[in-house]
Structures are given as structure tokens and as C-alpha cells.
Design a protein around this ligand. Structure first.
Ligand code: GLN
Ligand code: ZN
Length: 751
């Protein structure tokens, strides 16, 4: 029976993270590969059944993966880097994903603007690509054996190439001629399996601003593929109007568009209608955790049917549900009012199904509709969400930036703080020991008293300070033992923030994260860090740096309410943090670092939207630090080094000091700071903290000298690339001792 609904893809990690658990067991050599496959099969079966029971018509196969779908595609095309050529099967697969004793893993990077990471394909002109269709076919047959005829999901060739890198230099799209025939061959194989199988090509790269040359390739590719099979090309995370314009003139069967994150797709309705193609309308948000507003979705659909024939419409999720947690079933402790606003993957299946039933006048449960509108009405008025006080304060904000110019501030600060040229510091966290972790979780679970907890933390801080003093670092940190995570720690103390019990989302491979969510107006109930930092400062005569996570990073690493613009939420957080900064400086803290690790991550996919993002992101960083006195030195930290495109924006944030990650790229990426005449002080990381390797004094000296070729010593700070919490104590100590020694030697040589 036709239900006219569709699901782009489903999460695979399992409702209790079964896939994660079995993979990690296998990697630890505690179970066999057949055990992994057994768990995978049962997960797939369960996931298909969830979708079937919910009444989804177009259910996917090949959306499952033991690690990553892009890696699966490389496997399918036999795109194996040379260094792995002597391996095969699962050994090869996991070596590419995670490295092995001999070889480093393939690079991993973020999937568009999500927190999902894919394995970057390494391609080269001289490589031979051959088709291995086994996974695709096997998964289809697995579902078929259970009585479910699936569509088959594939990463589209343009997106695959667009996300690849050429190890021999050159443009990945040159390789289209090599891989397109394999996709064609695959379609032939798929057609042999059954009649009329639908094949979904995921082409999210179409939502980016592409070269005109790539648009030509879209036409060429889908003219070929579309004449071989029944194809749906699906895009998401933004609008893809340029590509839609082209796709309507190719022989594909359907186009899938995201109407949540790409409202501009509405512009394409006319040409889609003319083409008589099916339109997969993404109305259920696959990126966020809020209950759908049926009334709103139905209004949108009514608008769509004014242009596109109703028979041609399929109701869908906006993208794969990979990006949301699995099920609300385990959120037993959640406040019931809040829980009633939420919807995870399993609940979203029902939403897709129900919206399609209502829209196509099929029988449906009227109560579900009423409950949905009640829940959405309650979000509009609930006291848990709306605070007049917060709204008014943010609206009437007067102080938007620091009063004194950087030039004046830095003179005063240098005199007052008295740090030397090439001043040494660290980024904030020190190694998280098992004891500290245990104390934190024990305290949370009520297994130890507050007194015991505080004692454990203070002991850690004491030791941390003692080491830093011995080592000779100049600006100290307390080590962040009380923080589980740099966003969660603040979220837990801010009003308007919620936490899930089991809201795990796959980040990469077996790794999952549990992002907190912002449901209401944000405010700070009381100081969040002042006691810790004051305690630490009381233990040393040296300067203790206070540590905060910045508003943009807090925003970008959370699920965010969708009833007001993100920029409003960010501003509320900034105002809350500005109080914290004021409290810290009044408590005698002279340097405060505001981490913006995720500043760059928040950049929009479309160039035309960047200006707007930058303007409020910079605004909110500045609001956050606006009340710092001229004497208070503001640092910020960012975990990357590619600043070429955004250096002016970074400068506009007006921090006194920025520490960044640069160790792996020498001084190359620092040159932009010089080029634009960047005035503020910079602390480019002098060693990589991602590996346990201890850098020698000589190495660090070389790195410092490289930095000095670009920026003068008056402007430079010396520090590691990032926080040290994932490192062990022994390597951390050795590395920092070497760093301080290297600085000493360089200073001597300079004077
Ligand atoms: N202050 C944090 C730390 O040192 C910064 C972490 C980050 O930038 N990701 O851990
Ligand atoms: Zn960092």
C-alpha cells in the first residue's frame, strides 16, 4: 500500500549503544568478528521493524555501517590507500578507520556542519578502482528476507569525490570518469535483484556553493545514472536550488529536499512541478530533538501542494535521523513537561507517518494530533521556557563591548601582570586521572559526600599548581578537574538547559556524545567557577587564569531550541557569562580565558549566510567579555589554525590574547596574522597534544624560532596546542618541562 512517506536514513548505533559495545569488545580482542556481525544483523532487523511498525513506506538498507558510510563507499569502490594494500576484509576496514601498529588511520573530518565525522577517502589517478557490491546487496537481501523491500542508500558520486582528497595532487572530480562506471555497474547489479528498486543517492554537497564545473558534472552524472535505475537524489542541511534546477532535467525519479534547514528550497517548487518528478519533502527535523509542530508542517505541505501535484509528494525526515538520539523510552528521569516537547529518532518515525496520514486523508488517531498541538502550545507559554526578566535584560543591554581600546588595555596589563616576552601558559585542563573521574561520578550519584568530593578536587588542584610552579610556567591554571565536559559543566549550572539520560548520538565510529539541550531562556543562577578559581588563586602567588567556555561554543555543541533564532539564544548565554566574568575579576582574577573551540564549526554552509553568522557570533563574544575592566586580560582559545578566511573576524573579537592550535603546521598558518597586521597577542601551540609523544627541547626551540620568524617576541605567548585532559601525567610533565626549558634557552639566545 502506498503511504507516501519516506525516511532518509536511521541511526545504527543501537538504542543501548549495542554497536559501540560490541565493536569495542572486538577491538580489545574480547570477541570474534562473527559476534560483531551477529549484533549488526540483529540491530538492522530491529531498526527495520521499528520503521515498518511505524508505517514508513520507504525504509533504507545500506544506511547501516560498522564505522562510517563514506568509508563503506571507499570499500565498495576499492579505493584503498597504498599503505593498507596488504590487508583485507575487516582488518583492512578498521585499519583505515583507526590505524594499526604500522600505519596511521585515514583522516577523519566533520560531515558538513554536523558533529558526525566521516573517513576521508584518499584517491589517486593511478589507482585502479573496482566494484565490490557485496555489502550493498547483502543488506538489501537481509531486509528482503524479513519481508521488507527497502530502498538502497548510496553516497552519491559527486559528494563522495567532493569530500575526498587526492594523494597525488589535483582535483578529485577528475576521477569521476573512473568511478562513475562502477556506480553504473552497481545499478545493473541492483536491477538484477528485483524489479523497481529505488536507489537513494545522498548528495548533501549540492547545498554548498559549488564551482560551475561541478554543476556540469551533476547533469552528466545523473543523466547516466538516472537512465539505469529508479533514483532519488537527496540533499539536506541547506537549500540546493542550483542543483535542483539541473536535476529536474535529468531522468531521475525523485528529488529530496530539506525544508527545515533549507527554507529557500521553496523557490524550486515551480520547476519541480513542471518536471513532474516526485518531491520528497523533508519536514521532520533530523538534526534536532523537538517534537514536530504538525500544524506548521501541514501548512507548509498545503503550500507545496498549491504548486506540486499531491500525488507527487512524499513526506519525509529532513535528513538521516543519524544526528538525533534513538528513543525517549529511557528518559525516565526527565521532567515530564520537558519530555513532552521532545522527539528522538523512534518518535520521529511516528511523526513522519502521522503527518503523511493526515495529509493524504488516511485514517489516523485524532488524539495524537491533539496531543501534538497541546505540546506545542505549551512550549509557547511555559514558565520553564519563558522568562520576561531574561528577555528584557537581553533586549535592553547597554554594554556591548569593552570601553578601552586594545592599545591602551595591553599597556596597562603588561605593566600590571608583569609577564615576560614569550610568556608560558597552558590551555586549561590537566590530565584527568581515574581518581578525579571517580570522585566526580561518585558525587553525582550520591556515593560520596560533598566534603569528600571537594577534598579530592582540591588535592588535584594543589598538585597541579605545585607542578606548574616547579616547572616554571608563568601563568597558571587550576586544571579543570571538576569539569566533565567544557559545555556540560556550564549547561548544568545555567537555567534553561536540559540533559538527557540516554541521548547518545554517534560522533564517529564507536564514539557517541550526549549533547545537552537548550529548551528555555538562559540565565545564570549563581557564580559557576568563582569558588574553584579563587581557591586555586589562593594557593599561588603567580597569576591564576580563570576558565570559561564561550557563548558560541556552548551554543554550537548543544541541541538548541527552535522557537527563537540561534542568535538570540547565543546572546542570552553571553549575558549570563558576562556576569561570571565580572564576578571573577571582582574576586581578584586577573586573566580570564573564554574558550571558543567551536567558533569555526558554526559557520554556515552557504557563503551568503556567513556575514550574518559572523556578526552575531562576534557580537556575543564581545558581550560576554564586555564588562572586563581594562586591567583584566581576556584570552580566548581556538582548536584550529586555518584562519586565512576568517582572520578579520577573529581580530574583531577583540581578545587581548588568542591561543591556537598550530604545532602540526609549523609557522605556515601564522603568516596570515602578520599579513593583516594583527595587533593582539598570540599563543600558537608549540607541540601537538593529541599524541603521547614527548617533544624534545630542541624540537620546541625549532618551533619557537619558526614562530619568531613571523611575529615579534613581544606579541608571542608559548603554550601547548590545546588542553591536556586526554594525556597522561608523566608525558605531560616531561613535555611542559621541555617547553619551559626551550623558552629559557631561546630567551637567552635572544638577549
Ligand atoms: N580549556 C579547555 C581545556 O583545556 C579547552 C578545550 C578545548 O579547546 N577543546 O580542556
Ligand atoms: Zn583546543
Amino acid at each position: 500500500m502506498l503511504k507516501n512517506n519516506y525516511l532518509v536514513g536511521f541511526p545504527r548505533i543501537g538504542e543501548q549503544r549495542e554497536l559501540k559495545k560490541v565493536l569495542e569488545k572486538f577491538w580489545a580482542k574480547k570477541c570474534s568478528y562473527s559476534e560483531v556481525k551477529k549484533v549488526a544483523c540483529s540491530l538492522k532487523k530491529r531498526h527495520w521493524n521499528y520503521q515498518k511498525e511505524a508505517g514508513i513506506e520507504h525504509i533504507s538498507s545500506n544506511d547501516f555501517s560498522l564505522y562510517d558510510n563514506v568509508l563503506d563507499t571507499s570499500f565498495m569502490l576499492n579505493a584503498i590507500p597504498k599503505r593498507f594494500k596488504n590487508l583485507k576484509d575487516e582488518e583492512l576496514y578498521f585499519a583505515m578507520a583507526r590505524g594499526n601498529k604500522e600505519e596511521t588511520a585515514c583522516e577523519m573530518t566533520k560531515w558538513f556542519n554536523t558533529n558526525y565525522h566521516y573517513i576521508v577517502p584518499e584517491l589517486s589517478l593511478e589507482d585502479e578502482y573496482v566494484l565490490d557490491a557485496s555489502k550493498v546487496i547483502q543488506e538489501y537481501l537481509e531486509a528482503k528476507n524479513l519481508g521488507i523491500k527497502t530502498k538502497i542508500n548510496l553516497v552519491g558520486p559527486i559528494t563522495y569525490l567532493g569530500l575526498s582528497k587526492r594523494v597525488d595532487g589535483g582535483d578529485c572530480y577528475e576521477l569521476l570518469e573512473k568511478i562513475l562506471p562502477l556506480y553504473e555497474e552497481l545499478l545493473l547489479k541492483i536491477n538484477e535483484l528485483d524489479s523497481n528498486i529505488l536507489v537513494q543517492f545522498d548528495e548533501p554537497i549540492f547545498v554548498k556553493d559549488l564551482d560551475s564545473k561541478v554543476y556540469d558534472l551533476i547533469k552528466y552524472t545523473y543523466d547516466k545514472l538516472g537512465s539505469n535505475a529508479k533514483i532519488a537524489v537527496v540533499t539536506y542541511f541547506e537549500h540546493s536550488n542550483e542543483a535542483t534546477n539541473i536535476l529536474v532535467n535529468t531522468p531521475i525519479w525523485a528529488i529530496g529536499l530539506d525544508f527545515i534547514h533549507g527554507k529557500e528550497n521553496l523557490i524550486s517548487l515551480e520547476i519541480i512541478a513542471k518536471s513532474d518528478k516526485k518531491l520528497i519533502v523533508g519536514v521532520v527535523d533530523g538534526r534536532n530533538i523537538w517534537k514536530n509542530d504538525f500544524e506548521k508542517s501541514l501548512n507548509l505541505l498545503e503550500h507545496v501542494t498549491k504548486i506540486v501535484k499531491k500525488d507527487n509528494i512524499l513526506i519525509s525526515s529532513s535528513c538521516s535521523l543519524l544526528h538525533v538520539p534513538f528513543t525517549l523510552k529511557y528518559e525516565e528521569k526527565q521532567n515530564s513537561e520537558i519530555k513532552n516537547w521532545l522527539s528522538y529518532a523512534v518518535e520521529k518515525l511516528d511523526e513522519v507517518s502521522l503527518i503523511s496520514k493526515i495529509f493524504f486523508n488516511k485514517k489516523y488517531d485524532k488524539n495524537s494530533f491533539l496531543e501534538n498541538s497541546k505540546a506545542n502550545k505549551s512550549r509557547k507559554t511555559s514558565k520553564l521556557i519563558h522568562s520576561e526578566k531574561v528577555k528584557n535584560r537581553v533586549k535592553n543591554l547597554k554594554c556591548l563591548e569593552r570601553k578601552e581600546t586594545y592599545e591602551n588595555r595591553i599597556k596597562i596589563q603588561k605593566k600590571l601582570l608583569g609577564y615576560e616576552e614569550l610568556a608560558t601558559t597552558t590551555i586549561g585542563s590537566f590530565p584527568q586521572t581515574p581518581e578525579v573521574r571517580l570522585a566526580r561520578s561518585g558525587f553525582k550519584k550520591g556515593l560520596i559526600t560533598q566534603e569528600e568530593y571537594l577534598k579530592e578536587m582540591k588535592t588535584y588542584i594543589d598538585k597541579c599548581i605545585e607542578f606548574q610552579e616547579q616547572c616554571g610556567l608563568e601563568v597558571l591554571v587550576h586544571g579543570e578537574p571538576e569539569r566533565n565536559d567544557m559545555v556540560e559543566y556550564f549547561g548544568e549550572q545555567l537555567k534553561g538547559y536540559g540533559f538527557s539520560q540516554n541521548g547518545w548520538v554517534q560522533s564517529y565510529g564507536s564514539r557517541c556524545v550526549k549533547p545537552p539541550f537548550i529548551y528555555g531562556d538562559i540565565s545564570r543562577a549563581k557564580p559557576m567557577t568563582v569558588e574553584w578559581i579563587s581557591y586555586a588563586q589562593s594557593k599561588t602567588k603567580k597569576i591564576m587564569k580563570g576558565m570559561l567556555t564561550g557563548p558560541v561554543t556552548i551554543l554550537n555543541w548543544s541541541f538548541v531550541r527552535d522557537d527563537i533564532p540561534r542568535s538570540e539564544v547565543s546572546k542570552q548565554i553571553a549575558v549570563g557569562l558576562s556576569d561570571e566574568i565580572d564576578d571573577l575579576q571582582n574576586a581578584g582574577i586577573k586573566i580570564i580565558q573564554v574558550d571558543e573551540a567551536a567558533f569555526k564549526e558554526g559557520y554556515p554552509l552557504r557563503c551568503s549566510k556567513i556575514k550574518e553568522y559572523e556578526s552575531w557570533a562576534v557580537r556575543d563574544f564581545k558581550i560576554c567579555v564586555s564588562r572586563a575592566k581594562k586591567e583584566t586580560q581576556i584570552h580566548t582559545h581556538m582548536c584550529y589554525s586555518e584562519f586565512n578566511d576568517i582572520i578579520k573576524t577573529i581580530e574583531a573579537m577583540d581578545a587581548d590574547v588568542i591561543t591556537i592550535e598550530t604545532a602540526r603546521s609549523g609557522n605556515e598558518l601564522l603568516k596570515i596574522f602578520k599579513k593583516i597586521g594583527y595587533k593582539q597577542e598570540v599563543g600558537p601551540g608549540v607541540y601537538d597534544i593529541h599524541s603521547p609523544r614527548v617533544p624534545s627541547v630542541k624540537e620546541i626551540k625549532t618551533q619557537i624560532k619558526l614562530l619568531l620568524e613571523v611575529l615579534p617576541k613581544e606579541q608571542l605567548w608559548i603554550n601547548p596546542d590545546c588542553g591536556l585532559k586526554t594525556r597522561g601525567w608523566s608525558e605531560t610533565k616531561e613535555a611542559l618541562i621541555n617547553m619551559v626549558e626551550a623558552v629559557k634557552q631561546v630567551r637567552n639566545e635572544l638577549s
